[in-house]
Design a protein around this ligand. Structure first.
Ligand code: NDP
Ligand code: GDR
Length: 371
């Protein structure tokens, strides 16, 4: 029997990797996409199958986590064996600007999906995965953080995700549903949204190297994160729904770096050696040496500066996960190290910046011709 999965947030970073993984395992995959005035399916376009041909296994439905009746109808139509709730307003800084919407989509959205399963009497059939987050630990109470570490959320995003975490646990206990939380630490990839710090850095470094941009402005350079690869982490999301008993798991690499180090690694990938100097708002990174022929910048140039507008009202300074439970019970080990992740992201952004620089230098016709 072909298994059927429903993914909310299918057009996002994780949704794209998960859809690809499930299709490779023979699933029929349904995704919920939001209506937008521009195309918003770039990340899954390569998976698109013409719905007019028989046996298409990838199908998209218009929907929104803030719309209960829409969710109930889609769940009824699809009758999924597994639901992966990846949809969310996922940007921590933006959640301070849109706290009510974030609570609605990220917190109540999770409740709406769980209720859809219950109302439709699917609690014995449909397994539920909730995209929980290391942001729940916020002001950390223990280092490293594991499944038993107390939560202390530090943003409207994290508070909304706290509600989603506990309502998932509650529906599991109250109605015997197979529902679980993956408490995932930061995970990145070339598909990462451009305003998250890692992608902002790799994209800017590539553009600076090619003379398309002068400077990268960042916020808190000292923040520490445990960064993994999204491709590795979606495998865990699937594994969590294949167990006998539903449980919550921390997924992390167990290794921590600062934003500053991430910048250094990204620059080094293109032959640029940087030196950081100054403190707080005045901190800068200056080019010390340029090796090879991929970067056009010169020693002495300042290519990174701090802009306090990227500071958050309350910051999460340090996150480091302990993935022992996932290793022991799910047999999982992260495959990608941070240097490998940085390399993959920089190479992808360098390729796309090269295309942009060709357009800039020679015009659109030449770009078309060369491609
Ligand atoms: P993205 O921001 O890349 O993707 C979020 C997805 O949710 C997009 O498809 C977006 O649609 C969709 N979405 C946003 N609002 C709504 C809504 N109201 N109704 C329906 N869909 C909506 O996030 P990631 O792929 O990085 O993360 C996936 C999930 O995992 C999120 O819930 C995130 O909070 C959580 N998470 C992520 C971590 C990470 O490091 N990446 C770590 C821990 C948890 P659109 O494309 O139209 O904007
Ligand atoms: P985070 O990711 O908040 O951890 O949430 P993000 O990449 O936005 O920030 C990581 C750290 O870098 C600092 N920082 C900056 N961040 C951004 N975005 N832009 C900057 O210019 C900048 N300068 C410094 C931040 O202050 C922060 O400390 C991500 C999201 O994917 C969430 O959905 C997910 O739940 C968590 O990871 C785990």
């Amino acid at each position: 029997m072909t298994k059927i999965a429903l993914i909310t947030g299918v057009t996002g970073q994780d949704g794209a990797y998960l859809a690809e993984l499930l299709l490779s395992k023979g699933y029929e995959v349904h995704g919920i996409k939001r209506r937008s005035s521009l195309f918003n399916t770039d990340r899954v376009d390569h998976l698109y199958q013409d719905p007019h041909v028989d046996n298409a296994r990838f199908k998209l439905h218009y929907g929104d986590l803030t719309d209960s009746t829409n969710l109930i109808r889609i769940v009824q139509e699809v009758q999924p064996d597994e639901i992966y709730n990846l949809g969310a307003m996922s940007h921590v800084a933006v959640s301070f600007e849109q706290p009510e919407y974030t609570a609605d989509a990220d917190g109540l959205g999770t409740l709406r999906l769980l209720e859809a399963i219950r109302i439709l009497g699917l609690q014995k059939k449909t397994r539920f995965y909730q995209a929980s987050t290391s942001e729940l630990y916020g002001l950390v109470q223990e280092i490293p953080q594991k499944e038993t570490t107390p939560f202390y959320p530090r943003s409207p995003y994290a508070v909304a995700k706290l509600y989603a975490y506990w309502i998932t646990v509650n529906y599991r206990e109250a109605y015997g549903m197979y529902a679980c939380n993956g408490v995932l630490f930061n995970h990145e990839s070339p598909l990462r949204g451009e305003t998250f710090v890692t992608r902002k850095i790799t994209r800017a470094i590539a553009r600076i190297a090619l003379g398309l941009q002068d400077c990268l402005y960042l916020g808190n350079l000292s923040a520490l994160r445990d960064w993994g690869h999204a491709r590795d982490y979606v495998e865990m999301q699937w594994l969590m729904l294949q167990q006998e008993v539903a449980e919550d798991f921390v997924i992390a690499t167990g290794v921590q770096y600062s934003v500053r180090q991430f910048v250094e690694f990204a620059a080094a990938e293109l032959g640029i050696t940087l030196a950081f100097s100054g403190e707080g708002d005045q901190e800068i990174a200056t080019v010390v040496k340029v090796a090879g022929n991929r970067a056009k910048c010169k020693p002495g140039e300042v290519i990174v500066r701090v802009d306090p507008r990227y500071y958050r009202p309350t910051e999460v300074e340090t996150l480091l996960g302990d993935p022992t439970k996932a290793k022991d019970k799910l047999g999982w080990v992260p495959k990608t190290t941070l240097p490998e992740l940085v390399k993959e992201m920089v190479e992808a952004d360098y390729t796309s910046a090269k295309r942009d620089s060709l357009v800039k230098l020679a015009g659109f016709q030449a770009y078309d011709h060369h491609e």
